[in-house]
Design a protein around this ligand. Structure first.
Ligand SMILES: Cc1cc2nc3c(=O)[nH]c(=O)nc-3n(C[C@H](O)[C@H](O)[C@H](O)COP(=O)(O)OP(=O)(O)OC[C@H]3O[C@@H](n4cnc5c(N)ncnc54)[C@H](O)[C@@H]3O)c2cc1C
Length: 378
């Protein structure tokens, strides 16, 4: 039987980065993935690093996002040094385009919201925005520059993290599906994979939107898949420098000249089919924002499954089973939240104390809600 200090289910950005942090802290770590690590949401993502909330429901996540953003430059550099691979970190800011007739009012609301949350945001006139990004459509009304935001090539980052983890001593087991946790009373003793029992003092569930399929974990990690379709474009005549946010789309430039356009949000189970409607929506919105993309070459199209939780917030921390820790539910922000998640889980395991308030992300919040509903029903 294999024995580790920490056994991790899932080798995406979250499981991989936790494994890396713990190995660097001197722990013996086993990382188990049901396929080659890093081929699910972490591969499919756009790689935008933005702590700005996309909806009111996400406001609770802003402090976590800001903390992760602050860790990113050092984290990216550490992974690049360990793996000797580039992760395509681009700290060029992002530009939110305003097209409504009520641009002035909209702009002041957006700026006030950002400043209230301690996020940098600058109002720009249409002319100033087009000076920064000359390929934007001509009739925009205004824009908001978020100079502290960035992006990363998530596929490169995921590969580099798993390689860095291996080089730091993590034992990586591909094609080892975790079937259930190994539970003895109120203690989690490790994992049970398709082929063996794995003993570990700490067990971390980081299997993305598949986490709830692992037996014994469902009540702590009730995640569902939220499908996102993406397209990659290449157009020598229309380069963009920054991430651009339109009403219906975001466009993310990569260092190699590609521009990623995304993404749909669809609740369609574990289905990654590309649909004509989804692809049309992305292409129309991309051409609408940057008209020269009409001539762009469509290089690739794909879909991935985000791990979404009932309140759309991440699920992080210990459970009422001794030794069982959850790290999932990162929904649309898992790339952003990778460094802070790895740090918090490492702090919890090595110090039993964390440097950031994380109670609202506790896996126990669903159990508490379930008990309340049950009590009311009786
Ligand atoms: C289209 C799209 C765009 C996105 N854009 C952004 C963005 O711009 N910025 C951002 O911050 N976030 C973005 N996200 C979200 C982000 O990609 C995810 O939140 C993040 O990748 C989740 O990482 P993860 O490691 O938890 O999950 P995953 O990457 O899904 O990894 C889970 C791993 O667990 C493995 N696994 C599953 N079941 C088992 C099992 N039973 N046993 C063992 N292993 C198992 C899988 O094989 C996989 O390797 C986007 C997501 C999508 C789909």
């Amino acid at each position: 039987m294999k024995t580790f200090d920490v056994a991790i289910a899932g080798g995406g950005l979250i499981g991989g980065s936790i494994a890396l942090e713990l190995a660097r802290a001197g722990l013996r770590v086993g990382l188990f993935d049901r396929q080659e690590p890093g081929l699910e949401a972490s591969w499919a993502s756009a790689g935008i690093l933005s702590p700005a909330p996309e909806s009111p429901a996400m406001i609770g996540m802003v402090p976590l996002g800001k903390a992760s953003m602050a860790l990113y430059p050092e984290f990216a550099q550490m992974v690049e040094e360990l793996s000797s691979q580039s992760v395509g970190y681009r700290a060029k800011g992002t530009l939110e385009i305003v097209t409504s007739r009520y641009a002035r009012e909209e702009l002041s609301t957006i700026i006030a919201l950002h400043h209230g949350l301690g996020l940098k945001a600058e109002p720009l006139s249409a002319a100033d925005a087009r000076e920064l990004e000359p390929n934007l459509r001509e009739d925009i009304e205004a824009a908001v520059l978020r100079p502290a935001e960035a992006s990363v090539d998530n596929r490169s980052l995921t590969r580099a993290i798993v390689l860095s983890a291996r080089k730091s001593g993590v034992e990586v087991f591909a094609n080892q599906r975790v079937e259930k946790i190994w539970r003895e009373g109120d203690i989690c003793e490790g994992l049970i994979t398709s082929t063996e029992k794995v003993s570990a003092k700490h067990t971390v569930i980081a299997a993305g939107c598949f986490s709830a399929q692992i037996q014994g974990v469902e009540q702590y990690a009730p995640v569902v898949p939220a499908k996102g379709q993406m397209i990659s474009l290449r157009c020598a005549q229309a380069r963009i420098e920054r991430v651009l946010w339109g009403d219906e789309i975001y466009l993310v430039p990569r260092n190699d000249g590609r521009v990623l356009a995304g993404a749909t949000v669809e609740y369609a189970g574990f289905d990654k089919t590309l649909t004509a409607g989804g692809q049309r929506k992305l292409l129309n919105a991309a051409i609408d924002l940057v008209p020269a993309f009409e001539k762009a070459q469509v290089e690739e199209a794909w879909a991935g499954l985000r791990p979404d939780s009932p309140d759309h917030l991440p699920i992080l921390g210990p459970t009422d089973l001794q030794g069982l820790i959850i790290a999932t539910g990162h929904f649309r922000s898992g790339v952003l939240l990778t460094p802070v998640t790895a740090r918090l889980i490492r702090e919890w395991i090595t110090l039993e104390n964390v440097s950031l308030q994380w109670d609202r992300f506790s896996p126990m919040r669903f159990e508490a809600a379930r008990k309340q509903t049950h009590a009311r029903a009786n």
